[in-house]
Design a binder for this molecule. Structure first.
Ligand code: ATP
Length: 354
């Protein structure tokens, strides 16, 4: 188990600055996720950690050892690719054994290690099959077994579930988590799917055009986003442009669509702000320490275990989510509706150039 440190990693491809000075500290034994939209630099970061690519500047440490320019085969990080990259002409056994054969280990030891790895991914009995005789999920397991059999210090997974159907994705997600916990191995995981990141990670780094915007536990990232980008990337949420119109110490009054919300916490300089409110924090009945705003019902959407009421406030649509049918009453489009939100559930952030 090692921790991985990235200090000021810069990487350019011609004119494109893919990484603009990345700093990360991934703790030993944690499952750490790089999350962000396409092109933000996740794969580049992973390839640099794997040693498949090198930064223009900056330093990488595995534990106390600097590995920035160390050859990939010497640093003990193994990358599992999105498309698994199994050798089609080799059996499952030979695919998994490959790295051990390169190391010229005795045959009996290779057999034992391959059995151990196939046990771990629950694929014993599949030794003689070829990749084409396996399902997508099974191929994924072989790729993971092949990576783990060489006992890497760090396992790197690049969008490992993106080629699987929705049901298998959920299953493999728990499998990866189980294996990671069982081995206590450091895993760095890349995805653009915020729900997947929330479910699987100990901590998440949210990336945006070559920078890390926030690092934290899934709960911290979801409940206390520090930037507009992080707030809007983490699932369906209300991000409402507004202006600070009054300040009193660290409390402000903000205005949007002629609606004033007072007593909100905000200490930044910019008066150009967004108000972030998670739909599930909006209530249709008065609550403690609440601000309220009245508009009209635009839509009522039934999702089964919850219902969403979309309210229209001037031009601004705001979504409230509730699990109880009774809260909705007989709400119909065009009727007036009042939303209530506890002030502690409202986050005011500076408006960002996105
Ligand atoms: P995705 O989720 O689509 O894989 P990503 O977040 O992994 O995206 P990267 O693949 O790391 O993003 O790419 C970051 C930026 O660097 C992008 O603008 C991309 O076009 C650019 N880039 C990456 N690799 C190369 C390359 N070999 N040559 C030129 N530009 C590249």
């Amino acid at each position: 188990m090692v921790d991985v440190k990235l200090e000021n990693i810069v990487k350019t491809f011609g004119e494109t600055v893919a990484l603009k000075g990345i700093n990360l500290h991934i703790k030993a034994g944690e499952l750490f996720t790089l999350l962000g939209p396409s092109g933000c630099g996740k794969s580049t970061t992973l390839r640099i950690i794997a040693g498949l690519d090198f930064p223009d500047s900056g330093t990488i440490y595995f534990g106390d050892e600097e590995v920035t320019y160390l050859h990939s085969s010497k640093r003990g990080a193994v990358l599992v690719f999105q498309n698994y990259a199994l050798w089609p002409h080799m059996t499952v056994f030979d695919n998994v054994a490959y790295g051990l054969k390169l190391k010229k280990l005795p045959k009996e030891e290779i057999r034992k290690k391959v059995e151990w790895a196939l046990d771990l991914v629950k694929l014993r009995g599949f030794e003689d099959r070829y990749p084409t005789q396996l399902s997508g999920g099974q191929q994924q397991r072989v790729a993971i077994a092949r990576a783990l059999v060489v006992e890497p210090k760090v396992l790197l997974l690049d969008e490992p579930l993106s080629n699987l159907d929705a049901k298998l994705r959920l299953e493999m997600r728990s499998e990866i988590r189980r294996i990671q916990r069982e081995l206590g191995i450091t895993v760095i995981y890349v995805t653009h799917d915020q729900e997947e990141a929330m479910a699987i990670s100990d901590r998440i780094a949210v990336m945006n055009v070559g920078t890390v915007e926030q690092v934290g536990t899934p709960r911290e990232i979801y409940e206390s986003p520090r930037t507009e980008f992080v707030a809007s990337f983490m699932g369906k949420t209300n991000v409402i442009p507004a202006r600070v119109v009054e300040r009193d110490g660290n409390k402000v009054t903000v205005e949007f669509e002629g609606i004033r919300l007072d007593g909100l916490h905000y200490t930044e300089k910019s008066d150009d702000v967004v108000i972030v409110i998670r739909p599930e924090r909006i209530k249709l009945k008065p609550v403690e320490n609440a601000v309220s705003f009245t508009g009209t019902v635009d839509l009522v959407e039934y999702y089964g275990f919850f219902i969403e009421v979309v309210g229209l406030f001037g031009e601004t649509r705001i979504i409230a989510r509730t699990i109880s049918d009774r809260d909705i009453g007989g709400l119909r489009p065009t009727q007036p509706v009042t939303f209530y939100v506890n002030r502690d559930d409202i986050i005011v952030l500076p408006k960002q150039q996105l």
